[in-house]
Design a protein around this ligand. Structure first.
Ligand SMILES: [Cu+2]
Length: 497
């Protein structure tokens, strides 16, 4: 019904409010009455859909009529980083996790081509939640490696929809990254904004622990138990932090298309320091306003919008908060521009919320783990990696300069507790420390929580950094030593009498 939408636009532009608005809205209602009639048959030659890799979204559609839209999506099984120094074999739609973003218009007829790369090992298919029909396309799109399949559907309902692979074992295909979003724009389009971004959460199940280095396999048992090692935005820790952070300027409008691929977890999606002015929750057509945290079910999506008002780093998290700080569900929107003291007087929150993500990246950490794997790890590699990890893990208490805080956190700089006692330093990090303690003649009686979420490399590198900084005597701690000490059971508590 292109003439109706033109009429809508014309009314809005030419007639004075509110008369113009009323007529415009009446014009908008007409196509609803006539929906799905023969009138919205595709017009013109077929159009190839623009597909984008996350966090990018294809440009808004300017078309004001339904068309035949060709989507070509290729499945690629490929090894990619899931965290610094950790790789995983992802199964992808279009080479990225989440898969390519697809944008069509309500009323379009989508001619879908699914290709399965000849180098792949598995058959795959696609179930699009924006499809009306059994399996959402799954049965028609089952494709063996080296083959392609084709089916068509009419995008009847506008909204933001998840797509995913539905080949058995379905959970495994989804857990390996086989999901993405398709936006079906309403006929009149979405209101214009300054930035549109594509963010999708997923939970991952690796054989190794969180941040355990090297190539990690898929762990079916953990997946069935719903105990993910990683919970991530856009398929990798650091996919949207440091140099890859989302960008905006002060006083701009941001629209986030947020999906949740699961396979298991439900997301409590929140942006620290921002309030969503509008959320199309569950991807539906109704918008909720003034939302702090929006629930995104597995296999669901939302459209969240807000205006940037104060410069700084805004942290996107799953507010099931251990997932953010201990499993990776953390991304950053960096807003540049002049301060707005009337709205917010404080300083940047980077160090409070970002932890080891506050630095530009953890490049030194991956360099050290590569060197470790190749047997060429140097003292310098360890010190640099340790410095980055210390900043995110230990400096909140012991301070970046190792001086501690008088009476509360003991110093690590020139600490007589540390010097000549590497074994004791390692057990302190692994098991924590509490009770009376004397460092350089000063008494402390406080609690250090165990830091045993750190892996052997990380503990070794952090302590090597500590021993080589702030006037400390130097020396090296090796991952092997940490491994041995971790394997030794902690000393039993003294027997009580
Ligand atoms: Cu698959």
């Amino acid at each position: 019904m292109p003439w109706l939408e033109s009429l809508y636009g014309l009314c809005r532009r030419l007639l004075p409010q509110p008369v113009g608005a009323v007529i415009a809205w009446l014009a908008l209602l007409l196509p609803v009455v006539a929906a799905a009639g023969p009138a919205d048959a595709p017009i013109g030659p077929p159009i190839r859909a623009v597909l984008t890799a996350p966090p990018n979204v294809p440009p808004p559609l300017t078309r004001r009529h339904a068309a035949r839209v060709i989507v070509e999506l290729e499945v690629l099984e490929k090894e990619m980083p899931i965290s610094e120094g950790v790789s995983y074999t992802f199964w992808t739609f279009g080479g990225s996790v989440p898969g390519s973003f697809i944008r069509v218009r309500q009323g379009d007829t989508v001619e879908f081509h699914l290709k399965n790369h000849p180098g792949n090992k598995m058959p795959h298919n696609i179930d699009l939640h924006g499809v009306t029909g059994p399996g959402g396309g799954a049965a028609s799109s089952f494709t063996a490696p080296g083959h392609a399949s084709q089916f068509s559907f009419k995008a009847l309902n506008e909204g933001i929809y998840v797509y995913h692979c539905a080949t058995a074992p379905v959970g495994m295909h989804v857990a390996n990254g086989m999901y993405g979003l398709i936006l079906v724009e309403p006929p009149q389009g979405l209101p214009k904004v300054d930035h549109e971004y594509y963010v999708m959460q997923g939970d991952f199940y690796t054989t190794g622990r969180y941040r355990e280095k090297g190539a990690q396999g898929f762990d079916m048992e953990r997946a069935i138990d719903e105990r993910p090692t990683y919970v991530l935005f856009n398929g990798a820790e650091g996919a949207l932090t440091g140099e890859r952070a989302l960008q905006a300027k002060v006083n701009q409008t941001v629209r986030l298309f947020v999906g949740n691929g699961g396979p298991n977890l439900v997301s409590s999606f929140h942006v620290i320091g921002a309030i969503f002015e509008s959320v199309r929750f569950e991807g539906g057509s109704r918008a909720q306003t003034n939302v702090q945290t929006t629930l995104i079910p597995a296999g669901g999506a939302a459209i969240a919008e807000f205006r940037t008002r104060v410069p700084g780093s805004y942290v996107l998290v799953d507010h099931s908060i251990f997932r953010a700080f201990n499993k990776g569900a953390l991304a950053i929107l960096k807003v540049d521009g002049p301060p707005n003291l009337a709205v917010y007087s404080g300083k940047e929150l980077d160090s409070v919320y970002l932890g080891d993500r506050a630095g530009p990246n953890l490049g030194a950490v991956s360099r050290a783990s590569q060197a470790q794997a190749q047997g060429s790890l140097t003292l310098e590699d360890q010190v640099q990696a340790g410095q980055q990890l210390f900043a995110g893990t230990c400096s909140v208490c012991h301070q970046a300069n190792g001086a501690g805080l008088a009476g509360v956190f003991p110093p690590l700089a020139k600490s007589d507790y540390l010097v000549g006692e590497p074994r004791r330093a390692i057990t302190t990090v692994l098991n924590g420390l509490s009770g009376k303690l004397s460092v350089n003649g000063q008494e402390y009686q406080s609690v250090m929580p165990p830091m045993n979420q750190l892996n052997d490399d990380e503990v070794a590198n952090i302590l090597t950094y500590v021993y080589n900084s702030w006037g400390n005597p130097g020396g090296r701690i090796l991952a092997e030593t940490v491994r041995q000490i971790r394997a030794t059971p902690a000393p039993a508590a003294a027997p009580t009498h």
